[in-house]
Write a protein that binds this ligand. Structure first.
Ligand SMILES: CC(C)(COP(=O)(O)OP(=O)(O)OC[C@H]1O[C@@H](n2cnc3c(N)ncnc32)[C@H](O)[C@@H]1OP(=O)(O)O)[C@@H](O)C(=O)NCCC(=O)NCCS
Length: 175
């Protein structure tokens, strides 16, 4: 399996992959593929953090990290990243592809000097990669969702020490 930066030629295949991956998921609006289309055109998009996993020239997995801010009225905003979505073709799930994409994205994000990643996701999946509940920090997501689904990881030690506030997502998340 190869992981590399997504290219324009991959867009159609990635669209179908996301549709396929989320097809039977319960807690979703089944519109993640459209979110990705909007995010690619947004200011929050970082091409190096839009990654595809390929096996024998077929795209089997995808991950996207986009720029977000943690807003606090008393200080400058802190830049962070949102992980949304990560998706693996149904027929290839459970083989470690999602995990490899997540670890690879962490490495690149760190190289690009991002200190943290925040996400809304399955409470049993992401802790395997070092995510903890945002509740353990003074950081809140702007959604009415259970605490256990709001997670973050510090890519560098204490990146979020003394950071508190509410996460501001790009407008593309709300369309
Ligand atoms: C979630 C997803 C990206 C994981 O990718 P993957 O390649 O299947 O996962 P991996 O092979 O790296 O990891 C497999 C492990 O994760 C667990 N796992 C996979 N999906 C899970 C989920 N939704 N909740 C909890 N655990 C999950 C598996 O049980 C397995 O655990 P085990 O190794 O102890 O048996 C993939 O299953 C997928 O595309 N799902 C549909 C889309 C989705 O829900 N995306 C995440 C949005 S938050």
């Amino acid at each position: 399996m190869k992981i590399q930066q997504e290219e324009k030629e991959d867009y159609d295949e990635v669209f179908k992959l996301i549709e396929n991956a989320f097809k039977d998921e319960l807690y979703t609006d089944h519109k993640e593929q459209f979110l990705v289309e909007r995010l690619r055109k947004s200011e929050s998009f970082i091409p190096e953090l839009s990654l595809v996993a390929e096996i024998d020239q077929e795209i089997v997995g995808y991950i996207l990290l986009t720029k977000i801010k943690i807003i606090n009225n008393n200080s400058q905003p802190t830049t962070s990243l949102a992980l949304a979505p990560v998706a693996v073709l149904k027929k290839h799930q459970g083989k470690g592809i999602g995990g490899n994409l997540i670890r690879k994205a962490h490495g690149i994000a760190k190289e690009l000097n991002f200190g943290s990643i925040i996400l809304l996701g399955h409470e049993k999946y992401y802790p395997m990669f070092g995510y903890e509940m945002t509740k353990n920090y003074s950081i809140k997501l702007p959604f009415d969702v259970p605490d256990e689904n709001c997670m973050l990881i510090e890519l560098t030690e204490n990146a979020l020490e003394n950071v508190n506030g509410i996460v501001e997502y790009p407008k593309e998340f709300y369309e």
